[in-house]
Design a protein around this ligand. Sequence first.
Ligand SMILES: C[S@@+](CC[C@H](N)C(=O)[O-])C[C@H]1O[C@@H](n2cnc3c(N)ncnc32)[C@H](O)[C@@H]1O
Length: 234
Amino acid sequence: MMQAFLGPLSPEHLRCLGCGTAYAIVHGFPVVLPVGVPHADAQDEALVRAMEGLPACPLQALLREQVASLRPPVLDMGCGIQDWGRPDILGLDARLSFLKRRGGPGVVGDAQDPPFAPESFSAVCLFNLLDSVPNPVLVLAWADALLVPGGELLVAMPFAWSDVVPERLRFDWDTLVACLEGRSQAMGLRLRYAVHSQWRDVAWSGRGQGEPAFAVQVLRATKGPPPTLPPLAP
Ligand SMILES: C[S@@+](CC[C@H](N)C(=O)[O-])C[C@H]1O[C@@H](n2cnc3c(N)ncnc32)[C@H](O)[C@@H]1O
């Protein structure tokens, strides 16, 4: 998995085997973010407290049930503080404080540039993340790259688009499903998934206290073999 990209340097640092850059290990979590990108801020503890106080909801129950049957190794991208009862699942989140609260193995990093080798995971979770990042299409492309053929993708999507997501990179549920199934290239991706389960309008208590409840769309899909490219013209 990560070993393909990160080698040990000292107990406090990892070194990228490609470019030699050293990354800090903070509270046991590698911080694989470009220099200058903050991985913790003053709001973090307040956010953690707000999320801890959220009531259990149908979305959590559904995701917990689905996650239980995923084949390892599993990556939860944008994991937040969610502990799915599977201590083997690797979490990736931009916020160190969330990983500390979550426990278990984790990496502080950017889902738009994750520090893992292609085809490193048998399952990837994208729960309530795609509408929060500046480039959701890039995150989806990375999730696909990180999955082995035959691997499983679990997506939960509240469509509560954050201001950081430009209009041109937003999409609706039908477009996402069509792109995953290779019926559309509207997102600029060539994908080939079998979307075998969908759950519509599952209630989620939100991102923090005081936020409205969301109706979340959820899918589970299996990655097929790479699409065949047309032969190059002679
Ligand atoms: C709405 S929360 C969802 C958390 C969790 N997946 C859940 O369903 O409860 C979005 C999470 O994505 C993380 N996040 C946002 N942008 C990110 C990025 N570029 N890379 C990694 N994590 C990111 C946030 O820190 C936050 O934990």
